[in-house]
Ligand binder design. Structure first.
Ligand code: M6R
Length: 366
């Protein structure tokens, strides 16, 4: 049942090229310049008239929501807010007529997300769901939505659900951006082609598994770990840290790289590993200077870099290469090495990777 893998988590990490492909199958036709999600087509006017999109979710799905915030705002120019479902539901949130609520949930059973949807519906909002489990409570409770086609996710630590959620939300942003004209024709077509090539690039990222395992062996006994990223990769830093803490029980925190100097830099010494997502993208020079600041304090750097990188390689203790992608689609690739790193560290520490202590696959309690 684990298809020759030692754990479901590893199997599911490796399923991502196909899971992403299955998620855009029939929805993305790059050569014809077509992106289509039936639930978006049927409600296109609502999306075109939206004053705001509110995303509610928990855990990893909340991180996918944060990535979507960056993508949706960039492509559609609709203001987006992302909130923990548990906070949203208990604070009498402001929901206006032309707001759209997007609820993201792998299981479709998360109690807080379900309650947030019910509250939004009571206030007259249009609620769109992004779920993986077909027929789940959230998929039934929302007005409409799109399924991710990740297939069953058994490992408690979410992996392929995350990348397929981002895939669906990217398709949505592309279609709305096209319809609104907020995305240029040239960019629209370029992103379609790029998205079509993402599964292949995920495949290439997975090829670094053994190097990542070797890096894991160096840091498996670290008591703490910091994850840093900027822009589209800031939520990926949060997700990388969550993966490490939930399966290896190492304390980890994710931060936007530039926030380091506002506090976390005090933690840096020769014992602190810092995982930094540093692909060749906008503000690359800023990431390079963050790395210099960490090295000046003897911190240990594990950097995720674009193949062929020169500058970061000179500074980092270890680098993991990923293929080149545009900034907006990079989270689908940069997240892969962080999943593998957490996985190998947890295995080396003898942890129960698929069923970490104190955690359940779906949190149906409030
Ligand atoms: O099923 P959901 O996507 O609603 O679940 C949300 C969180 O409980 C879930 O992502 C959790 O954080 C995972 N264990 C993360 O790996």
């Amino acid at each position: 049942e684990k298809g020759g893998f030692d754990h479901f988590m590893l199997k599911e990490i490796y399923e991502q090229p196909n899971a992403i492909k299955d998620t855009f199958r029939g929805r993305l036709r790059a050569d014809e310049g077509i992106v289509k999600l039936s639930s978006v087509e049927e409600n296109l006017q609502k999306f075109l008239n939206a004053d705001r999109i509110l995303i509610v979710a928990c855990g990893t799905s909340w991180h996918a929501g944060l990535v979507a915030e960056y993508i949706l705002e960039e492509f559609t120019r609709i203001p987006v807010e992302v909130e923990y479902a548990s906070e949203f539901r208990y604070r009498n949130p402001i929901i206006r007529k032309n707001d759209i609520i997007i609820a993201i949930s792998q299981s479709g059973e998360t109690a807080d997300t379900l309650a947030a949807i019910k509250l939004a519906k009571e206030q007259g909002a249009f609620v769109y769901g992004v779920c993986n489990v077909v027929g789940s409570s959230i998929s039934r409770e929302t007005h409409t939505g799109s399924y991710t086609h990740a297939g069953p996710e058994i490992g408690v630590a979410s992996t392929k659900a995350f990348t397929t959620q981002i895939t669906v939300l990217t398709l949505m942003a592309l279609r709305i951006g096209q319809a609104k004209g907020t995305l240029s024709r040239a960019d629209f077509h370029r992103y379609l082609q790029e998205l079509d090539h993402v599964p292949q690039k995920v495949e290439q990222a997975l090829e670094h598994n053994l190097e990542i395992q070797a890096i894991a062996s160096k840091y498996k006994d670290a008591p703490n770990c910091l994850y840093l990223g900027r822009g589209y990769n800031y939520p990926v830093a949060l997700e990388g840290a969550l993966k490490l803490k939930e399966i290896s029980y190492i304390h980890a925190e994710g931060y936007p790289a530039a926030e380091m100097k506002h506090g976390p830099i005090a933690l840096i010494d020769e014992h602190m590993p810092v995982v930094i997502i540093a692909p060749k993208q906008e503000h690359y020079d800023k990431i390079v200077s963050n790395i210099q600041e960490i090295k000046a304090r003897n911190g240990k750097i594990i950097a995720v870099v674009t193949a062929g990188d020169v500058q970061v390689k000179k500074l980092a203790d270890y680098v993991i290469e990923i293929p080149e992608t545009s900034d907006a689609l990079s989270p689908l690739i940069t997240t892969i090495p962080l999943q593998l790193l957490a996985y190998h560290i947890a295995v080396m520490r003898g942890c129960n990777v698929d069923q970490p202590r104190n955690l359940a696959k779906s949190v149906t309690v409030e």
